[in-house]
Ligand binder design. Structure first.
Ligand code: SDX
Length: 418
């Protein structure tokens, strides 16, 4: 495609056009400032691409999500989370030998250093698990310093994937005052995590198959989502050559925000408020439309999806099935469905193309599994871990990679004397 032409102050500048493998069009402005002195401005980066990437493709208009070309619907139905993690990080689904080795490595690196337990003791019981997770992931760099060479990075990727679920489970046990349950080598990734969450010394705990299957689907659905807030944070931090653990720890902190991964916890709290208020969902839809009310329909809307979030569509379809398998009735599911029905018929939401996103139904399934609300965003982070790692690795493997350093338009005082 011919270059785009920009006319600024009577001068004409050519901007090369780049076209992605799915036909996305980008204007390359890398030379614009040196040629014209002008920068572009895009608060919130709604229309700005930060990188080339081959990991995840999203089409917000059509509600498409693919990891390395595979549709999310097929991966969620046919694959295990460990296989999808390998796909995202290394580019292809593992063959049997690769998968066996990957599983073996994840199993045998799941212990954390005994000294790390002292860090848990320093947290108050009411510490939010996301704050604990971010701190503990960063502290891994004290035990496994990054020499920067390839083998160390691959081994640290394994260590992080394997130890994050142990850290998450330990933070939960710490918050409820129960003894830590150590990882077991005879259990799958999901079964081991559920076992560390729910086993108690007094009795044997066998993870229900329905819980294992639901967890597998939820982790896959959360595994990557191209350049969202937390992933861009991981890339930003990693672009300074900060180590893997420091970069991912920053991603956990970004995900914690209620507009991002923290929304799944807020959705359940919102649904409970509506239930307690006589299930008057129309009142809350009207509140969400009122610009003067400090209230949003949590779990609704998305920067990219202007159609159904395919993950929400899958979760909506699975919610009934999974709760049925678990023998759980949850009135919040009815509230959610009615809220969605009313919102999707309302001009305010239609005009703004606001649809349920991944967070709208995920909390209902986590609840049915007995996972406490303040652990929901930790579950999101465990799912997103392979995506963050894949994006960090892609950024670090880029021979032309540069430190991220956006510019600004200064609006402050001009020079003045003290
Ligand atoms: C995730 O980016 C990703 O890919 C994220 C994610 C991932 O997998 O990494 O998909 C995960 O973070 C999902 C989103 C979870 N957050 C929520 O559910 C919180 C509620 N949603 C919103 O706050 C909002 O929709 C965002 C944050 C998701 C998107 O914000 P944008 O793109 O900046 O949109 P906006 O705030 O500019 O809103 C546009 C309009 C505004 O109205 P007007 O000023 O034009 O009149 O839509 C309105 C907003 O007021 N609006 C909502 C709304 N979301 C947007 N109104 C009511 N309820 C909402 N939920």
């Amino acid at each position: 495609m011919d270059p785009a032409k920009l006319i600024l102050d009577g001068n004409e500048y050519e901007l090369p056009v780049v076209i992605g493998s799915e036909g996305e069009i980008g204007l390359d402005i890398t030379k614009l400032r040196s040629a014209s002195g002008a920068i572009t401005l895009d608060p919130g980066y709604g229309g700005t691409g930060s990188c080339y990437s081959s990991i995840t493709y999203i089409n917000g208009e059509e509600g498409i999500l693919r990891y390395r070309g595979y549709p999310i619907e097929q991966l969620a139905e046919k694959k295990r989370f460990v296989e999808v993690a390998y796909l995202l990080i290394y580019g292809d689904l593992p063959n049997e030998t690769e998968l066996d080795l990957f599983r073996h490595q994840l199993t045998h690196h799941s212990l954390i250093h005994e000294d790390m337990k002292k860090f848990f003791e320093g947290f108050p019981a009411e510490a939010h698990p996301m704050g604990v997770l971010s701190s503990m992931i960063s502290s891994l760099s004290s035990y496994y310093p990054d020499s920067g060479n390839g083998e160390d990075i691959d081994l640290n990727i394994i260590r992080l994937l394997a130890k994050a679920k142990t850290i998450a489970a330990f933070s939960y046990k710490k918050s409820i005052g129960q003894p830590y349950v150590y990882p077991r080598n005879d259990l799958s990734y999901h079964a081991d995590f559920l076992h560390m969450l729910y086993a108690v010394p007094a009795e044997e705990y066998v993870p229900p198959p329905a819980h294992e299957e639901a967890l597998n689907m939820l982790l896959i659905l959360h595994a990557d989502h191209e350049q969202n807030c937390s992933t861009s944070t991981v890339r930003m931090v990693g672009s300074s050559q900060a180590n893997l653990f420091a970069s991912i720890s920053a991603g956990v902190s970004a995900l914690w925000g209620t507009l991002h991964g923290g929304a799944n916890q807020k959705v359940i709290q919102m649904l409970q408020t509506i239930l307690d208020d006589g299930a008057d969902y129309r009142k809350y839809v009207d509140l969400a439309k009122d610009p003067n009310a400090d209230f949003r329909l949590m779990g609704f809307g998305h920067r990219v999806y202007k159609n159904f979030d395919p993950r929400a569509r899958i979760l909506k379809g699975q919610a009934d099935k999974v709760l049925g398998q678990m023998g759980v009735e949850d009135p919040l599911l009815d509230i959610a469905r009615n809220l969605e029905r009313i919102a999707l018929e309302d001009d305010y939401f239609i005009e703004r193309r606001l649809y349920p996103n991944v967070d709208f139904y995920s909390g209902i399934i986590y609840r049915a599994m007995g996972i406490p609300t303040n652990m929901f965003t930790v579950m999101f982070a465990l799912g997103r871990l392979p995506g963050w790692i894949a994006q960090w690795k892609e950024m670090r493997d880029d021979p032309h990679g540069r430190i991220y350093r956006p510019r600004q338009i200064y609006m402050g005082e001009t020079e003045r004397s003290v």
